[in-house]
Write a protein that binds this ligand. Structure first.
Ligand SMILES: NC(=O)c1ccc[n+]([C@@H]2O[C@H](COP(=O)([O-])OP(=O)(O)OC[C@H]3O[C@@H](n4cnc5c(N)ncnc54)[C@H](O)[C@@H]3O)[C@@H](O)[C@H]2O)c1
Ligand SMILES: O=P(O)(O)OC[C@@H](O)[C@@H](O)[C@H](O)[C@H](O)CO
Length: 565
């Protein structure tokens, strides 16, 4: 029943498989039902997750009851990983599943075509193909309640290295009106200090060679826009959903800079014509593990090669700045009907989230690992670390925030501590500690600089930087190696070596780690930063992680004149 060449059919399905329409669903499958606290493993073999087996899934699992074959791709998404599938694809799925026929009908033009460009994305291609783009999204509440929903909004997936021309053709399709991204903070190739686009990576250089077939997001998206321009098709909106302050503005910078290097006129056209809205995204989504696959099989009776697990909390705040292709045509899905907030100014929400949640995650990552924690909830429920994080949020992050419309910051901070402590999510400290060089400079260094400029204390933020410096030494408190995952790991480790005490008792340069201005700006020249930084680093070396954050937490609890480290 499917035909991969037809626009309104699912492109995953083989000729033999068929799609189950709403009328073919089992009558018991109540889309609102949830499976909470399931205790017994299911006796029968789990059902393979495919379009033609949706009706066979056990009751208690939400599943697409809409006609997926009628859903066309209006969105192309680069970087289909855990987060996109827990967040944006879920919001679109909720629209598609709406009881309101008008809402669901409008959403049918906003299905998602995923694109992978990295070698590791071949695995996602294989799973997407085998499962007709379907996957199970499991939310885990702090009290142990589980909820499973099979998501159907991803209706196509292209692994770019297989056929870059097909991806470009897709991008040039007038039906595609949004190209969204979750390609990580490093995926924009922007210099940490200057914010300028860095075209030096080899794959970007290759894409700047006009004769080569594009392989990066920059090359592919620019080629798609060029083709639209040549054909007189209005450009799509580029929607970054990465954890970057002003992610739309940064995407504009990166993509128009790339295009300008390729063709200045095209770059100019993009600057004038392409919309790059900012948005704040939030849902803690750890990497999928084999235990998650097993849980989905045993508790929900689904054989899913790549489910996603995450917390129940979700938030999406979008700037309403989407390209209008034609006067009466919708410029975006009606995500506001699913709980997303559409606002004029996203910045207060972004700053709140990045400086409270993501910067606190950095506070958990290095202190937590050095203290021996491997799971985030274990670290975050250590009372001293929780007190440290709350103190950082109250005393250092929050004073840098503008009022956030409709948000009680006190409640937001407390909720964060609870979210970090959710034992079901089983997020890993290793995930939070990866790619530190892309995170600390973007989430924490601005907090420090703004506080110093305003004459405020930065003791706890400086201590988080020190915990990164100690972690980057690559050896833990028991003398075991730390697997530092960071594209700048070698440079960071070499810098951290300068802070180590040598056999003769001297230290080459205690500030060696923070001298790199690409990461820390001029903080190494600012005593307001270096004094607490050096005190925390010294304490980490002498007393260890636990004693250091406990002393800092005590200091803030009692408001002493100086921390006793
Ligand atoms: N996981 C979360 O809790 C969470 C929450 C909010 C926002 N985010 C944002 O989403 C991003 C991705 O998170 P995830 O959990 O989905 O990670 P993931 O590892 O599951 O997926 C990342 C995807 O991005 C691709 N990618 C990485 N570098 C790329 C590059 N240079 N060019 C093109 N594609 C690239 C990968 O191949 C993969 O498909 C984060 O970096 C963050 O900005 C994540
Ligand atoms: O995904 P990253 O690399 O931006 O950062 C790691 C975590 O801090 C992040 O994924 C959070 O879990 C997320 O931002 C919560 O919404």
């Amino acid at each position: 029943m499917t035909d991969s060449t037809s626009q309104n059919k699912l492109t995953f399905q083989s000729e033999q498989t068929s799609h189950t329409s709403q009328s073919e669903q089992t009558p018991e499958s109540d889309p609102t039902s949830v499976s909470e606290h399931p205790t017994e493993p299911r006796p029968s073999a789990p059902v393979p997750l495919r379009g033609d087996r949706l009706a066979d899934l056990p009751p208690g699992v939400d599943r697409p009851e809409y006609d997926r074959a009628a859903v066309t791709a209006g969105i192309v998404h680069f970087g289909v990983g855990g987060f996109h599938r827990a967040h944006q694809a879920m919001y679109t799925d909720v629209l598609l599943a709406s009881d309101d026929a008008q809402v669901a009908g409008a959403a049918a033009g906003w299905g998602i075509c995923g694109v992978g460009v990295m070698p590791s994305d071949a695995a996602m291609r294989d799973v997407m193909r085998a499962q007709d783009g379907l996957y199970t999204l499991v939310t885990k509440a702090p009290d142990g309640a589980l909820h499973a929903r099979v998501i159907g909004s991803i209706v196509d997936y292209r692994y770019a290295p297989d056929d870059p021309q097909a991806v470009i053709a897709k991008l040039a399709d007038p039906a595609v009106r949004i190209v969204s991204l979750t390609v990580t903070e490093g995926g924009y190739s922007l210099n940490q200090l200057t914010g300028e686009f860095d075209p030096s990576p080899a794959d970007i250089q290759a894409d700047l060679n006009a004769d080569a077939l594009p392989r990066t997001t920059f090359g592919l998206i620019t080629a798609g826009l060029r083709l639209r321009r040549e054909r007189g098709v209005p450009p799509f909106t580029v929607l970054s959903c990465d954890n970057l302050q002003g992610n739309g503005d940064l995407a504009r910078k990166a993509f128009t800079s790339f295009a300008t290097l390729l063709d200045p006129e095209l770059g100019q056209w993009m600057r004038q014509q392409v919309h790059f809205p900012n948005c704040m995204v939030d849902r803690i989504t750890p990497a999928t593990t084999d235990a998650d696959r097993q849980l989905v099989a045993e508790r929900f009776g689904i054989d899913d090669g790549w489910p996603v697990v995450c917390e129940p909390f979700t938030q999406w705040v979008l700037q309403d700045d989407f390209a209008v292709a034609e006067p009466d045509a919708p410029s975006r899905p009606q995500w506001e009907l699913t709980g997303a907030q559409i606002v004029d100014d996203v910045e207060p929400y972004e700053l709140m989230k990045l400086r409270l949640l993501n910067a606190s995650h950095q506070g958990i990552a290095y202190f937590g690992h050095l203290a021996g924690y491997r799971l985030v909830h274990e670290a975050a429920t250590d009372p001293d670390l929780a007190a440290f994080l709350l103190s950082y949020m109250v005393n250092e992050a929050s004073p840098t925030l503008a009022p956030v419309p409709g948000v009680d910051l006190d409640a937001y901070r407390k909720e964060l501590i609870e979210r970090f402590g959710n034992p079901g999510v089983r997020d890993t400290v290793a995930r939070l500690a990866a790619e530190s060089s892309d995170r600390i400079p973007k989430w924490l260094v601005p907090v420090i600089s703004e506080n110093i400029a305003a004459g405020r204390d930065v003791t706890l933020s400086a201590a988080i930087c020190a915990s990164w410096a100690r972690y980057a030494e690559g050896v833990d408190e028991q003398g075991k190696p730390i697997d530092v995952v960071d594209r700048y790991a070698d440079e960071r480790r070499a810098a951290a070596a300068g802070q180590l005490r040598r056999q003769d008792g001297t230290v080459a340069d205690p500030l060696a780690f923070v001298r790199n201005r690409d990461f820390f700006g001029d903080l190494a020249d600012q005593p307001e930063f270096t004094e607490p930084y050096l005190a925390a680093l010294e304490s980490l070396h002498r007393n260890g992680s636990k004693a250091t954050y406990a002393a800092l937490a005590r200091h803030y609890a009692h408001r002493c004149a100086a921390p006793q480290l």
